[in-house]
Design a binder for this molecule. Structure first.
Ligand SMILES: *Cc1c(COP(=O)(O)O)cnc(C)c1O
Length: 378
């Protein structure tokens, strides 16, 4: 490993692997081997790839540096990362999650973890009084998602971290929509940062992955390391290499996506067929000032309400020609989705809401596409 003190964009391009000695390859080679020779010929610590692996180690070390943490652990998906963290708790422990948490995360807790006696309270995380009221002696973890998916609410990370520390609970931020470029939750005192690396970090909608970054290499961090190695929800070497490659352009992509998001949210905000736009870059957003202070940009994902109801919203989504009607976010292609029908029962998304993930296309092309789809409602 190189000793590195470079800034974020440089770190993302270079990673942490040393130049390959055998060939001089400037990109780390892909090591498909699951097993590594011990003893006589080699000095590496690698033994078996469930426990550790060169491509995974490079990705983990790079992501730890990008988030300003001491250790990171990569998993085969974002929800596998979340699950590994929940596995580090024990039956009867209490956790607090936001009402507008990513829908898949709520399903994971409700459908699987509650059967293992994990006790869970749901609060409006933008209301710190509600959070304080929900605290118990058994509260071990407070989970926040900021900005949230798909309601794009912004949570005060510093205040939540303070509340968590006061009661001895672990504070965790799902920073998937924030991205390491726009927001580093550890700087605000959070203990753990989680990402679905499927989204902006890989950025090309072609790999699933997740990561947990720990501020400190402490007892809890070591427990998660053990879970990663023994439960084994690890990413393949190829997936790690693809995510490492995606990382090289992360800051460029996110900058362009934020620019597109602001231009198009300003446009949507004044359109007659649009009732409301959820984007922290708009002055009307309830946490606009907080986002300005906490983030270096307002993000790449927004939602908006189409005037009318579900029928009108779905008709707009289906009339788009350039923007894909497809799930997921953070990639180079712009995508739109009617979350209410995708999430089903228990959804927090209003029936006329469309979530849009801005890609890196030309902003005018995106505007013209939205315009032709929206104008049909006028
Ligand atoms: C997609 C997503 C996840 C889940 O990640 P997967 O890689 O799909 O398992 C978690 N949180 C947020 C905010 C997401 O957008």
């Amino acid at each position: 490993m190189k000793k590195i003190k470079y800034r974020q964009e440089t770190l993302a391009v270079h990673g942490t692997a040393t130049t390959d000695e055998a060939t001089g390859s400037i990109n780390q080679p892909l090591y498909l081997s699951t097993t590594f020779e011990r003893g006589k010929n080699v000095s590496s610590d690698f033994a078996y790839s469930r426990e550790s692996h060169p491509n995974r180690e490079n990705l983990e070390a790079t992501l730890a540096l990008l988030e300003g943490g001491e250790r990171a652990f990569c998993f085969s998906s974002g929800l596998a990362a979340m699950s590994a963290l929940l596995q580090s708790l024990k039956a009867g422990d209490h956790i607090i999650i936001p009402r507008d948490i990513y829908f898949g995360a709520k399903n994971l807790i409700k459908n699987i973890w509650e059967r293992w006696n994990l006790d869970c309270s749901i609060v409006d995380m933008t209301d710190l009084e509600q959070l304080k009221m929900a605290l118990r002696d058994t509260t071990k973890l407070i989970w926040v998602e900021s900005p949230s998916n798909p309601l794009i609410s912004v949570v005060d990370l510093k205040k939540v971290a303070e509340i968590a520390h006061h009661c001895g609970a672990l504070s965790v931020c799902d920073n998937t929509l924030g991205t390491p470029v726009l927001q580093n939750p550890i700087d605000f005192g959070m203990d753990v940062v989680m990402h679905s690396t499927t989204k902006a970090i890989n950025g090309h909608s072609d790999v699933l992955g997740g990561v947990l970054v720990f501020a400190k290499d402490d007892v809890h961090c070591q427990r998660v390391k053990e879970i990663q190695a023994s439960a084994g929800a690890v990413p393949s070497p190829f997936d790690c290499m693809m995510i490492q490659r995606g990382l090289q352009t992360l800051s460029l992509r996110v900058q362009k996506q934020c620019e597109n998001a602001q231009i198009l949210c300003d446009y949507l905000d004044q359109h007659e067929a649009v009732e409301h736009v959820y984007y922290p870059g708009l002055k009307s957003h309830p946490q606009h000032e907080l986002a300005k202070h906490q983030m270096k940009g307002f993000g790449t994902v927004a939602s908006f309400l189409v005037r009318g109801g579900e029928v009108e919203a779905r008709s707009v989504a289906s009339k788009l020609q350039l923007i894909f009607e497809a799930t997921s976010l953070g990639g180079t292609h712009s995508k739109i989705e009617h979350r209410h029908s995708i999430e089903g029962a228990g959804t927090q998304a209003p029936p006329n809401l469309l979530r849009i993930s801005f890609g890196i296309e030309n902003a005018m092309d995106l505007k013209e596409d939205l315009e032709q789809a929206l104008n049909q409602l006028l």
